[in-house]
Design a protein around this ligand. Structure first.
Ligand SMILES: NC(=O)CC[C@H](N)C(=O)O
Length: 303
């Protein structure tokens, strides 16, 4: 496996040139585009890794998987009255469908969907971003994970579209708390920094029917793993999720920090990091790394 990861790293690193580092969030513009990390955590607790796999990066929308987990635990199926489960052909920060769908976001992974979830969590936690940090610390075993306050503040200052989405949803009655409070917490959850190694280990419960194989904790019910992974497959890479399913065939979540999280059911979790992104906001080299691994190791949910 180590050999396989090293070879994949050598092959995909040059692809980073084809992408562009996100520049709409001030903290992300300064990240070195050459950074590259890969980690595969398997259900027996082993982690295979290469490159900058231990270096913390901004997890951005990968956090939406963990906020969805918290929301599923808190309210269960009630969640689906406020957030849809349909893929979207628009960009992750689009407002178009929100107006057409009376303020109900298409799915939990587009920004409006994640904002409704942040709103729901804000109703139940004094600081939902702390609840997210605690969950990641516990599941990864790394108690130093935290969010970067400067990155959160920088995003908040320019989060005009996210605030607009929140106000629009408020006008339809689908947003209960203060817009600034929730968008602030959302920017903080996106600004959590974590490494490929930590994210791969933290997400292992998704590959093991909801129970985290290292901590032994039942994080979510098996039925919820099925739902979360289905949503990752249909919407985890936004408007190109169909393409991602076609070429990779695994539940995947990307973030504009350049991270890619891929669940390999009954085997483990892979996390890749390379900051330059394609037009839809996913890491170019990261996605290719997951694809090469899935093909080489014959891992897909369809076989
Ligand atoms: N796709 C992403 O990673 C987007 C997250 C980012 N914080 C935003 O709200 O725009």
């Amino acid at each position: 496996m180590q050999d396989c990861l090293d070879r994949i790293a050598t092959r995909v690193r040059p692809l980073a040139k084809r992408g562009r580092v996100a520049d709409y969030i001030p903290a992300l513009k300064c990240v070195d585009p050459q950074r590259f990390g890969l980690a595969v955590a398997t259900l027996d607790g082993e982690v295979h890794q290469t490159g900058d796999s231990m270096e913390p990066f901004s997890i951005q929308s990968i956090s939406k998987v963990f906020s969805l987990v918290l929301a599923c635990n808190l309210v269960g199926d009630e969640l689906w009255q406020r957030v849809g489960r349909l893929p979207s052909s628009n960009q992750f920060n689009s407002l178009v469908e929100l107006e057409l769908n009376q303020g109900k976001p298409r799915n939990p992974f587009v920004n409006p969907g994640a904002l409704v979830i942040a709103d729901l969590l804000t109703s139940r936690h004094t600081q939902m971003e702390r609840a997210m940090v605690s969950l990641l610390r516990e599941l990864s075993g790394n108690s130093t994970i935290d969010y970067n306050m400067e990155a959160a503040a920088g995003e908040f200052a320019t989060a005009h579209r996210n605030k607009a989405a929140a106000y629009l949803m408020k006008s339809f009655g689908n947003f209960h708390n203060g817009v600034d409070e929730v968008v602030g917490a959302y920017c903080a959850q996106c600004a959590i920094t974590s490494s490929c190694r930590d994210l791969a280990v933290a997400a292992l419960f998704l590959a093991d029917a909801g129970t985290h194989p290292i901590t032994g904790r039942q994080v979510v019910a098996q039925q919820q793993v099925r739902q979360i992974c289905a949503l990752m497959m249909s919407s985890g890479t936004y408007e190109v999720s169909g393409e991602t399913a076609f070429s990779i065939g695994l539940p995947i979540k990307s973030g504009v920090g350049g991270g890619i999280l891929a669940v390999i059911p009954r085997f483990g979790v892979m996390c890749a990091w390379s900051p330059p992104l394609d037009d839809s906001g996913s890491s170019v080299a990261g996605l290719k790394a997951v694809e090469l691994f899935a093909v080489k190791m014959n891992k897909t949910v369809f076989a």
